[in-house]
Design a protein around this ligand. Structure first.
Ligand SMILES: Cc1cc2nc3c(=O)[nH]c(=O)nc-3n(C[C@H](O)[C@H](O)[C@H](O)COP(=O)(O)O)c2cc1C
Length: 259
């Protein structure tokens, strides 16, 4: 298990009280932070910042020992679920645990470190959620490292050959930082990469970029929101246009050289 990288941003130490004090996403509905209980209120996926597609979050599980991993929360045709490939600690924990937190963060180190090992204990905090029949203690990323923390409940589990599928529902969501609290979506970032590559292709005509675009297209189709998919069509159309222009320029060059 890898330990946290100590950095100038104070990532490895406990956060100053003020930077960890979370604000509440729906005033009057939940109370939150630093050991104070949250009142339960079942919410819609949209209220938890989840839209059609796959939202990449840091999922924190582990009643005994917190574990973090980047996991896609899948929201498709009104169904919210996880697909956990066997072998991960997250999968093992959620075979038996009924609650976990999904943390939205834009911290690339948290993504990187938690995808190849666990985070150090200094990355986690424990909070209490009132789930009706008592207080539930659940670990999450520290509120100063997460833009949003959502407590999810596991509703049902189904096994496929390669993965455990778990239907889930959001229970409480807290926007902890003043940023938008939107989860990371690979479809959206693939679209951004495609935009960058389009501008490069216009300059270089490098055909490797077209191959990359095919890969981005796959990611946008699998993970993107409807608007990502729509915007991608514009990029693809433009890329074809640039490519055709280059081909006809080449043909003109050849004809001129032959003459
Ligand atoms: C952006 C991203 C999304 C991921 N989504 C999933 C997923 O939905 N299901 C899954 O089983 N693994 C997913 N992974 C892979 C796990 O994060 C990886 O296997 C990790 O090592 C599991 O850690 P753990 O053993 O601490 O649970 C994803 C990885 C990344 C980087």
């Amino acid at each position: 298990m890898s330990q946290a990288i100590s950095s100038g941003s104070g990532r490895s130490g406990p956060a100053p009280e003020s930077s960890c004090s979370g604000s509440v996403s729906s005033p009057g509905k939940t109370d939150y932070g630093n050991g104070r209980p949250c009142r339960i209120c079942r919410i819609s996926p949209e209220e938890a910042g989840l839209y059609d597609g796959i939202s990449e979050m840091i999922v924190v599980t582990g009643e005994k020992k917190p574990n973090a991993a980047p996991i896609g929360i899948i929201y498709r045709n009104g169904r919210l679920f996880l697909r956990l490939f066997y072998g991960s600690a997250t999968c093992r924990n959620l075979e038996s645990e009924d609650y976990f937190t999904g943390c939205v963060t834009t911290d690339p180190f948290i993504f990187a470190e938690s995808c190849y090992g666990n985070l150090g204990p200094e990355y986690f905090e424990q909070n209490y959620y009132d789930i009706g029949r008592g207080l539930l203690q659940a670990p999450s990323l520290r509120s100063c490292d997460a833009d949003r923390i959502t407590l999810f409940r596991c509703l049902s589990r189904k096994r496929s050959e390669i993965a455990l599928l778990i239907d889930i529902e959001p229970v409480v969501t807290i926007v902890t930082n003043s940023r938008r609290g939107m989860p990371f979506n690979r479809g959206f970032s693939a679209l951004i990469e495609a935009c960058v590559d389009l501008t490069r292709f216009r300059l270089s005509g490098d055909h490797e970029i077209i191959q990359r675009l095919v890969r981005y297209q796959g990611i946008v189709r699998r993970c993107g929101r409807p608007e990502d998919k729509e915007a991608f069509l514009l990029i693809r159309r433009k890329m074809l246009e640039y490519s055709e222009n280059r081909e006809s320029e080449k043909k003109t060059d050849i004809r001129e050289n032959e003459a």
